[in-house]
Design a binder for this molecule. Structure first.
Ligand code: ATP
Length: 241
């Protein structure tokens, strides 16, 4: 990790109609980091990712991605600047094969040879997908679909990868595998990751730094290992009495 920010939010407010979901949050992600964003149900984690990736426009505040203003810049444009968002619930295309899903992920890439190279790289990260290259996405297990969703997001070779609840609904073995892969991506490719998780324990285990959101406000931030030791966090999010 470096001290150079790739993403910086300052006093960001986001609304759904009159529902004030983000009440002035500030955070930064440095190049090369894994940053975890944790918090309970409805805290605003998903809204934060939607705001960052251009799916929602903040009403106030500043949002800088890769040195440029990104507040209100449409999602497709942000994506072309090297940001990839794996939404909650994965949203792979169930009627397309694994390979076709990956090709769709590369729709902004024009060079066929490069697309093929990235598919092969994806298969190296996820050997299970190679075995299932021609299987329909919708017939795969939840864990396999999550792998496919991540592999699809990697087709644009992102500088910043946003992951919304990658462990949701997965068996412990798959959760372990997904977190290993996130760590490997970060270490071997230097991919910067902003990770939203309910599974705070696992997220804090692989993150460098973390932020804790509570009802639309940032409650705490710091080194992930310190956050994991924090008593209020342990009580609220790590299932301790
Ligand atoms: P969870 O872990 O339950 O998904 P979260 O931390 O991701 O929670 P958000 O989904 O960002 O939380 O929701 C933040 C707030 O915004 C909540 O109060 C939620 O009810 C509200 N909200 C989210 N999506 C919408 C929507 N489409 N329309 C109206 N309000 C919404």
């Amino acid at each position: 990790p470096t001290d150079t920010p790739i993403l910086e939010l300052t006093d960001v407010h986001t609304y759904y109609g009159h529902i004030h979901a983000l009440k002035g949050i500030s955070m930064r992600v440095n190049q090369g980091e894994i940053v975890a964003l944790i918090g309970g149900n409805g805290a605003g984690k998903t809204t934060t990712l939607r705001t960052v990736s251009g799916m929602m426009k903040p009403r106030h505040g500043t949002l800088i991605y890769d040195g440029r203003n990104a507040a209100g810049v449409p999602a497709h444009q942000i994506m072309q600047q090297g940001m990839s968002h794996v939404p909650e619930g994965r949203r792979i295309f169930p009627q397309l094969t694994v390979r076709e899903n990956l090709e769709v992920g590369a729709f902004t890439v024009r060079d066929r040879a490069l697309i093929e190279q990235r598919i092969q790289e994806g298969f190296e990260f996820f050997p299970r997908l190679r075995e299932r290259e021609n299987q329909l996405g919708g017939t795969m297990s939840g864990g396999e679909q999550q792998m496919l969703a991540i592999a699809r997001a990697l087709m644009v070779n992102p500088k910043l990868l946003l992951l919304d609840e990658p462990s949701m609904g997965l068996s412990p073995l798959f959760v372990e595998a997904i977190f290993d892969i996130i760590q490997l991506l970060n270490r071997e490719r230097g991919t910067t990751v902003l990770l939203v998780e309910q599974n705070a324990n696992m997220a804090l285990g692989i993150a460098h730094r973390a932020y804790v959101l509570q009802t639309g406000e940032m409650r705490l931030s710091g080194k992930a290992s310190d956050i994991a030791q924090d008593e209020s966090v342990r009580k609220a999010y790590l299932g301790e009495e």
